[in-house]
Design a binder for this molecule. Structure first.
Ligand code: COA
Length: 163
């Protein structure tokens, strides 16, 4: 059974992420979406439980997808899942350097695990969770980029945060 792990912060999950999940289902029998616990470099708007909940909601109709939270080293988690590969989206050249570094470091840590890069549909190639949060903060429309329930939660969260 071919298992791929798609890791990320998913703060929150966007249509760009879902596009990668759908594409990866063409290559893998099972895809585990691994939602990362907060790290010193990222301070997510949504806590881990909420981010997992939103990924579950968005992927509920995708039978071969599992969603889980993870902490610690990615390669250890991948091994523990019995997976063979890490799945990453490559949106633009600007992603390449960071992804290249991460893929090589992960390979150094465990050379039995491969990294597979997939390109999202071009309509999502400019998306990041931060840019969408910025649009929502400025009360712009985000429904083209997010599942309706995720969009509602994002707007509610930002409203609660504003003074
Ligand atoms: N569509 C839309 N947005 C996308 C996207 C896509 N297809 N692919 C990535 N993004 C966005 C993300 O939303 C995120 O946006 P943000 O910075 O505004 O939040 C940004 O691109 C990059 O984030 P992402 O791809 O989710 O990765 P990440 O940097 O949040 O997560 C981990 C990185 C969690 C996979 C990595 O830090 C990790 O492996 N951590 C575990 C510890 C470890 O093993 N470290 C060593 C690894 S070398």
């Amino acid at each position: 059974m071919k298992i791929g792990v798609y890791p990320g912060t998913f703060d929150p999950i966007t249509h760009g992420h879902t596009d990668i999940i759908r594409r990866s289902l063409r290559l893998f029998d099972k895809v585990i979406v691994a939602v990362a616990a907060p790290s010193p470099s990222k301070h997510p708007l949504f806590d881990l439980t909420e981010r997992v909940e939103m990924v579950r909601l968005v992927t509920k109709d995708l039978a071969r997808v599992e969603v889980a939270a993870f902490d610690g080293l990615l390669v250890q988690y991948v091994k523990q899942c019995g997976a063979q590969a890490v799945i990453r989206g490559l949106r633009a050249i600007s992603d390449f350097e960071y992804e290249f570094q991460m893929a090589l470091l992960n390979r150094k840590l465990d050379d039995t695990i491969e990294t597979v890069f997939l390109m999202p549909s071009e309509e999502y190639s400019y998306l990041t969770s931060s840019i969408i949060k910025e649009v929502a903060r400025l009360e712009g429309p985000v429904t083209d980029f997010l599942h309706p329930e995720v969009a509602t939660r994002l707007c509610q969260r930002l409203r609660r945060q504003s003074p």
